[in-house]
Design a protein around this ligand. Structure first.
Ligand SMILES: NC(=O)c1ccc[n+]([C@@H]2O[C@H](COP(=O)([O-])OP(=O)(O)OC[C@H]3O[C@@H](n4cnc5c(N)ncnc54)[C@H](OP(=O)(O)O)[C@@H]3O)[C@@H](O)[C@H]2O)c1
Length: 303
């Protein structure tokens, strides 16, 4: 089968290779999926750079949609050919950016939810939901989502509004209108952010979820809250200690993916898709993602 993977750590443009590899075999409790679409995330490039380093080669691609191809021992409730999606394990010699991928966790892909849309859900939804849960966001919370034009931030806005929170969001022009349509009060990021947010909120916000690029937002964000620990960053892990803000400590929340897939299929939730690239054109997706201005999820079309 064809797969995108690396044999040494380094810049993804240098170390990633599209090549033939042995098909992965589903172990007990796993399924194997014929991959139709694979979502790409900044984490893929970090894996190439040595994040969670281990035995090489390793694959990239942490979220997939496809159809069930084979079942591991003990798996029931799903059959060959069923449309599914889910997060792809990334510690093996191949991962989600491959014609076949094994999954530990999967959900039925509802009718009406295409493979690209489904493949774009797991990372954005899980990260957003976990961050909001860590912050204790609930009905009545006034929340600032910093970097709501990122895929995680766009998901977080919708999830928080669904929980009954008041959501203020910073975003560029691409998705500002869509975020307003979903109920957020939107302002730009950059200089003066704290003053603009405080004016909109009428005082400090209760909590902040930060997805803005590392090094860009924390000095302003700590001025929007009563205490720095009211800010949780999922992007600036190095800056967190310097500014006294929190990082996510909660358990992985893949359990909510099925619920948001149903909402997406019903047109009541979305993660924007910036582009769908054939597997052969993975470099174009890489460059768009690494530009920092992807403006949505980049998806590889496979199979
Ligand atoms: N800790 C975790 O578990 C975890 C998991 C997944 C992701 N993450 C992190 O979460 C962050 C978001 O990930 P993602 O994949 O959703 O990112 P992404 O969609 O690739 O982010 C790109 C977007 O960032 C926005 N942006 C650019 N400069 C900005 C600035 N100065 N301030 C605010 N927004 C800016 C742009 O949107 P607009 O200009 O159109 O607004 C751009 O389209 C990343 O830092 C990623 O590493 C963490």
């Amino acid at each position: 089968m064809r797969t995108l993977r690396f044999h040494e750590y380094g810049d993804p443009a240098q170390v990633l290779r599209l090549e033939e590899a042995a098909a992965p075999e589903p172990g007990p409790g796993q399924i194997r999926v014929a991959v139709e679409a694979c979502g790409l995330t900044p984490a893929d490039w970090a894996l190439c750079g040595g994040l969670f380093a281990g035995e090489l080669p390793r694959g990239i691609g942490l979220e997939v949609a496809g159809t069930v191809d084979a079942l591991g021992a003990g798996v029931s409730g799903v059959a060959a050919g069923d449309p599914v999606f889910g997060p792809a394990p990334f510690r093996g010699p191949t991962a989600g950016a491959a014609e076949l991928a094994v999954l530990d966790v999967w959900f039925a892909r509802p009718a009406g939810l295409g493979p690209a849309q489904a493949a774009g859900l797991p990372m954005a939804v899980e990260t957003a939901y976990r961050g909001l849960a860590d912050l204790g966001v609930t009905a009545g919370t006034t929340l600032l989502v910093s970097g709501a034009g990122t895929t995680v931030g766009f998901a977080a806005v919708q999830i928080a509004i669904g929980l009954g929170a008041r959501v203020i969001a910073t975003a560029g022009p691409t998705y500002a209108g869509d975020l307003r349509d979903r109920g957020a009060e939107v302002t730009g990021y950059g200089e003066g952010l704290a003053d603009r947010v405080t004016a909109i909120a009428g005082g400090p916000v209760d909590v902040v979820l930060d997805l803005a690029p590392a090094g860009t937002a924390l000095p302003e964000l700590v001025r929007t809250v009563a205490a720095p620990t009211d800010v949780l960053t999922q992007s600036d892990l190095a800056g967190a200690g310097r500014y006294g803000v929190r990082v996510s400590a909660g358990a992985i929340r893949d359990d909510v993916l099925g619920e948001y897939a149903e909402l997406a299929a019903a047109g009541r939730f979305s993660v924007p898709i910036a582009g769908v690239h054939p597997l052969d054109e993975w470099r174009a997706a890489l460059y768009r993602s690494r530009s920092g201005q992807a403006h949505g999820k980049l998806v590889l079309q496979i199979g």
